[in-house]
Write a protein that binds this ligand. Structure first.
Ligand code: SF4
Length: 356
């Protein structure tokens, strides 16, 4: 029984210049049907009839599916707490929203920037009209929680440009925002086209991160994880569960799963996945797994509470022995969390945690 389910929809219309997620372009309806047949088969074999607490349908572009295909997929979207689907402005239509409406609770839309020049640099060909139209469709369903993804640190982007993007997102009526720093991932078109010197330097990226915290807090959206902000009560439950080490099952090519001890990842090839290629297992001993889970939980502003760990004394003692600088961490009698500076330097904190 898995409390959390992730479904990877590995199809996109075009590949964005910065994207390193696994997705195929140019798939026809028949191929998508074959993927869907397999997803449904696995859903019935591995999940049903135990309804997960959370379901997250990511990609790729889930709303590239036709209304008929989405309707079939909806059978696998029942959850007791939260069902999220990712979308892109150009693939969200009133018809698809109507199919999804009774089954999902949350929609997460990739905008990345409201400025067409920056979208062009990122290789996102969405036009502004498509963004406005999708926002209108989503806001027309008031019971849905609404997230927008933004990217900062785009070559040429200033602090004022970034503030403008944040305000435009707030004006869309979101109750959740994800803000990611642009990274040049190996093998992407953007990495090939631009040198590292064109990506925002660390100091500017840190200022943009700081600005996101301030501008969004003023609008009532509080940072609750390094890259995520929400109105209180609108935090993403699926991601929160994953960051805090709950088991989850991932279906679809390139999807990862965790059963509480082992983690495995499906092949990042649709063809091989359809041929049932075995996933790759990531074997870690219990201590390393414990350390990894602890490090991931520290991505959240709440960090860890004593009640969340069976052996709190053991992990807290090991963590204290790392003697991390006081400016990075807050150790309280009932929990451990990172300061703002610690969140910004999470990579280094995580590396230290893995050595506990
Ligand atoms: S960023 Fe999203 S829409 Fe663009 S290629 Fe990657 S998965 Fe597809």
């Amino acid at each position: 029984m898995y409390p959390n389910l992730y479904i990877h929809v590995p199809f996109c219309r075009r590949k964005c210049g910065y994207c390193a997620f696994y997705s195929a372009t140019g798939a026809d309806e028949k191929l998508i049907d074959r993927w869907l047949d397999r997803i449904m088969e696995q859903y019935w074999a591995k999940i049903a009839p135990h309804t997960p607490r959370t379901v997250f349908v990511g990609g790729g572009t889930p709303t590239i599916l036709t209304e008929k295909q989405l309707d079939r997929l909806c059978t696998a979207l029942d959850s007791t707490l939260e069902t999220t689907i990712e979308t892109n402005p150009e693939t969200m239509t009133p018809g698809k929203a109507a199919v999804l409406r009774p089954h999902i609770t949350r929609v997460s839309m990739g905008v990345q920037s409201f400025n067409p020049e920056f979208r062009k640099i990122l290789g996102r060909r969405t036009d502004s009209e498509a963004i406005d139209a999708a926002v209108k469709i989503i806001r027309g369903i008031p019971e849905w929680q609404f997230n927008i993804d933004l990217i900062y640190g785009i070559p040429g982007q200033t602090l004022d440009d970034w503030r403008d993007d944040l305000r435009r997102a707030i004006d869309c009526g979101v109750n959740h925002l994800s803000c990611y720093s642009l990274t040049l991932e190996e093998g992407t078109a953007l990495a090939a086209a631009c040198g590292c010197e064109q990506i925002a330097d660390d100091e500017l990226a840190a200022d943009m991160w700081q600005m996101a915290g301030e501008v969004l807090a003023e609008a009532g959206l509080m940072r609750y994880e390094i890259s995520n902000y929400a109105r209180p009560g609108f935090e993403c439950r699926h991601n929160n569960a994953v960051w805090h080490g709950e088991p989850y099952l991932g279906l679809g090519p390139a999807a990862s799963s965790f059963d509480g001890a082992d983690r495995w990842t499906e092949t990042a090839s649709l063809t091989e996945w359809l041929e049932d290629k075995k996933p790759e297992f990531d074997h870690l001993d219990a201590r390393m797994r414990r350390n990894e889970i602890f490090a991931f939980g520290l991505r959240t502003t709440a960090g860890w509470k004593r009640a969340q760990w069976e052996d709190w004394e053991g992990i807290a003692a090991d963590f204290r022995q790392l003697q991390l600088p006081a400016e990075l961490i807050v150790i309280e009698p009932d929990g451990i969390r990172l300061t703002d500076r610690g969140l910004l330097l999470w990579d280094s904190v995580a590396e230290a945690c893995l050595s506990m």
